[in-house]
Design a protein around this ligand. Sequence first.
Ligand code: F6P
Length: 342
Amino acid sequence: MRVGVLTGGGDCPGLNAVIRAIVRKGVQSYGYGFTGFRDGWRGPLEGYSMPLDVPSVRGILPRGGTILGSSRTNPLTLDGGVRRIRENLAKDEIDALIAIGGEDTLGVASRLWGEYGIRCVGVPKTIDNDLSATDYTFGFDTAVNIATEAIDRLHTTAESHMRVLVVEVMGRHAGWIALHSGLAGGANVILIPEQRFDTAQVCAWVESRFQVRYAPIVVVAEGAVPRDGELVLKDGSRDAFGHVRLSGVGEWLAKEIERRTGKEARTTVLGHIQRGGTPSAFDRWLATRFGLHAVDAVRDGDWGTMVALRGTDIVRVPLDTATAKLKTVSPAEYAEAEVLFG
Ligand code: F6P
């Protein structure tokens, strides 16, 4: 059996740990051969591959990024995309593919198996932790740790100048990074995409914090949108999913807080720092287990499935339903955090 492996979509700490686990178990336990496809679906589409064996995955466990490279190429939107993939898989004598990615990459894997019979197994990844089929995705814990450390650091500089510090974290459609890092870092306000925020209420929380002589930290997810309809219509744009977004919400909010409260405010946008560098121990553990179980799914011929974490168990779920629904923060979970605001 020869198995192709690819990583697609935005990179994420833990991808190399998955690749390593797949190759080591596949070679040592089942005698499989592996081919690494470069740059997500671009690899099998263009026959862009590299050898993948035990020596080539040595030492990569703690490394961020992906040794295979990544892209957002979608072969299903290209003329003859599926035919080219078939030809390149045949040329390299590939029997099956393990695709490691988020909803787009796994959506392609699901259709390649479901509609075209190309054998695929999926491994979920996203720092946003917004895939409903799995309790956690690797990369999320690392991102939360990085954001929490940033919030800890921003507390001390905010206090020194008695300023408001707004921290913008990743999360286009789900506020998991904002919620977890905000709670862990003791933020005074947390704003998420799932609940439109009221700027007047944010300013009231900010002012109440100053009244007890502490400087407030506001954590805002990049996809959070103010309720103030006029501003959204003027500045908001729609992303690829049709969601309204205020680009640069952190910057906008800091200016608005200054204007309304008269307090000095600054913004820190964490951006891709949340995705780079070495994975946390939890993410290495989860990524390694996902890799080990993905090889078992190949051994069992369980095509069209994705590995997922349920409690402490790794299970398999059908790819088509796994990517269908986003996991978002519920109103109850947000309300639980809200009692600490201000
Ligand atoms: O989906 C993961 C994610 O990190 C989002 O939180 C973020 O909006 C997006 O990727 C940014 O991706 P890129 O800059 O690679 O297009």
